[in-house]
Design a protein around this ligand. Sequence first.
Ligand code: ATP
Ligand code: MG
Ligand code: FE
Length: 352
Amino acid sequence: PLVLGIETSCDETGIGIVRGRTLLSNTIASSMDEHARYGGVVPEVAARAHLEALQPAIRAALAEASVSLHDLDAVAVTSGPGLAGALMVGIGAAKALAVSLGKPLYAVNHLVGHIAADILDADAGPLEYPTVALLVSGGHTSLLLVRDLTSDVELLGETVDDAAGEAFDKVARILGLPYPGGPEIDRAAASGDPTAIRFPRGLSRTSDLARHRYDFSFSGLKTAVARWIEQREAAGEPVPVADVAASFRESVVDVLVTKALDACAQHDVPRLLLGGGVVANRRLRDVALARAAEAGVSVRIPPLRLCTDNGAMIAALAADLIASGRRPSTLSFGADSTLPVTQIQVAEEEAA
Ligand code: ATP
Ligand code: MG
Ligand code: FE
């Protein structure tokens, strides 16, 4: 099926068009620059930016795919999780489009969409099940067990406080680096020693593992970095920014990879899928690939433009739902900022 997907859960206005598992276009407008001076995404600013970006993005995506609105078989939209106001803008547009075209509408889960990004990777071959998925972005850090993208996604664990990307952004701020902090820390870390400072690994003590084996925590790490810098400054010593950045990054990467591979081992799943904007981190990819190889686990990493928020992954998920015979969503759904990952599609029509 030819599906247009709309993604507005955070600061990217993403419009994607797919035909089945083939990517035809993927248009992304980001309001990130507008959030930069606040050091994080401002919900009202994001919602207004979506409103302005949607129409041109839809037009650009149709042109790039060389299709017209009337060619579409279905419309797909993210209904959650995400920022309520931002989600509402996309949902309103999707409903208007579906109703005016008389086409079915599929309201889907953003996090499962991140997994669906993988099926658009033409070079990678089909996604095999079950697979463990590690999703790391500015808003999420989740470890999932995926038995079937369209029907069975289990949450193994998630962050109990900051998301991994959020931790990069906050530590960058502490170090006086601009927003978004991920790429800045990556750059600063390149010349640093990752073993210079032993920062804590969140929720990794034996006593934590009983209840939080697959959960993450990055807020203590952020505090540890701030305290370490304060002590240096109090002692009148210079702050070795590169070493702090490299050591911080190492702590985040170590915990992410250790817990993801632990999940693979415990569930006897030799496959790991990475997704989310933090996958841009070179060190994360390198450590994941190296340690997975040692453990006999194969790693899939979609192209980066499909790892960050985009509409193509939303369209891809809907196309797979359609292929597996799922009915469209009724128009009764709204934005659900805390939609659980187990709910892959919302408001599916009752069988006639
Ligand atoms: P959501 O959580 O809904 O997916 P988001 O917009 O916050 O939304 P993404 O766009 O997927 O998430 O990713 C952005 C995050 O990724 C930011 O926190 C940014 O700092 C982080 N990031 C980007 N590049 C890197 C990098 N090289 N290393 C680490 N983090 C990075
Ligand atoms: Mg973003
Ligand atoms: Fe996302």
